[in-house]
Design a protein around this ligand. Structure first.
Ligand code: AN0
Ligand code: CP
Length: 364
């Protein structure tokens, strides 16, 4: 694998999920693969999980790791070609990329949407320069439009929490009764049975917008939608629904074929998994508002996920990629409740990163 950006880069998802299961069984069995190989992790933005889990995954594979926080100690980088560099930027990305690449074998980059130009963000102007000028495999650690390591970890988490066959509504015996979610991340995935990964009825997964005081990128919901739709198309038995206020329509390249329900309560009915996330205006139906928070969040607090919405679900699990603002996105009781998966989800970031790095090492 030379680039990890989209779900297609991973190929067959049931194969990737089986590989994740194998990583979880013994994450240190490929130490020879990373011997004398170096991963460079470049951060233009803050991170807790991505930084730690990707570093841990690389170490599991026997790699050396260099982490660079561009904004803390490196020269400030110009990213536009043709500018007279008489401002505060001392170095150009076009020199910095090949220099950084000369010290490593794999490159991971985090560079969020800047919201200055929708075209630049959605063309992945920064990450594409890394792909073009580094000569190294590049994996996306949240770019302007995608966060694939997160979406893969989310899929692994959903798979782990889905018993096979799934109990139908009204039947007793949720998986939760058998395996507490807080320890589940340390357990192997369910074995495959029958033709698909899940037998019985499709599981209902709902992506819901939730309020936030600041403008956030669309990378997490874009990737989550892309991965859920691919899983559904590959016959993994997922019924995917998106709910958000008018104006927050996601880019068709990620949500083509998804069901959108503007009534949040209706969308939550019978759901098995609730995936909450805020995002700013994607500029699809309101191009002039790209990257903006459309309404004062005080008027949108109904969208904060609470016991009221969770009550109409099929005792759904709650998911969020973290970091999360409590009592904006989700109430304390829901995130702390027995159906919350936020910790196992974060733990699975190590697993998703390890599958990706392993595949890149194998194709060096
Ligand atoms: C980022 C975002 O919404 O994309 C990172 C999430 C993983 N969140 C914040 O900036 C708070
Ligand atoms: N979920 C996630 O990517 O978290 P960080 O921003 O802390 O890396």
């Amino acid at each position: 694998m030379k680039v990890f950006q989209h779900v297609q880069d991973l190929g067959d998802l049931s194969v990737a999920l089986a590989e994740a299961q194998e990583v979880k069984r013994d994450r240190y069995q490929w130490q020879h693969l990373g011997r004398n190989k170096t991963a460079l992790l470049i951060f233009f933005n803050n991170s807790l999980r991505t930084r730690l889990s990707t570093q841990k995954a690389a170490m599991n594979l026997g790699m050396n790791v260099i982490v660079l926080d561009v904004n803390q100690g490196a020269w400030k980088l110009e990213t536009e070609r043709g500018v007279v560099m008489d401002g505060d930027k001392s170095e150009h990305l076009l020199e910095a990329i090949p220099v950084m690449a000369s010290y490593c074998d794999l490159i991971g980059v985090r560079s969020f949407a800047r919201f200055e130009s929708r075209e630049d963000d959605y063309e992945e102007k920064i990450l594409n320069q890394f792909i073009r000028y580094s000569g190294r495999p590049v994996f996306f650690m949240e770019s302007a439009t995608v966060h694939p390591l997160q979406a893969f970890a989310d899929l692994i988490t959903i798979k782990e929490q889905t018993p096979s066959p799934l109990p139908l509504k009204g039947e007793s015996g949720h998986l939760q009764d058998q395996v507490p979610s807080q320890i589940h991340s340390t357990l192997p995935l369910e074995g495959e049975r029958g033709g698909g990964l899940w037998s019985g009825r499709p599981i209902k997964v709902v992506l819901t917008w939730a309020p936030h005081p600041r403008a956030l990128p669309q990378a997490v919901p874009n990737s989550f939608a892309e991965w859920m739709l691919a899983a559904s198309q590959q016959g993994l038995g997922i019924d995917f629904v998106i709910t958000h206020p008018q104006g927050y329509e996601l880019d068709p390249q990620f949500v083509q074929g998804a069901r959108v329900e503007y009534d949040q309560m209706k969308a939550f009915e019978g759901a098995d998994f609730i995936y909450a996330k805020n995002w700013s205006c994607p500029g699809v139906t309101r191009p002039q508002d790209y990257g903006k928070v459309l309404d004062d969040y005080h008027t949108m607090m109904d969208w904060c996920v609470s016991a009221r919405q969770m009550a109409v679900t099929n005792d759904a699990h709650f998911m969020h990629c973290l970091p999360v603002r409590r009592n904006m996105i989700v109430t304390d009781d829901v995130i702390e409740g027995p159906r919350s998966l936020v910790i196992p989800e974060a733990a699975n970031r190590e697993i998703s990163a390890q599958v990706v790095l392993k595949r890149m090492l194998e194709s060096l």
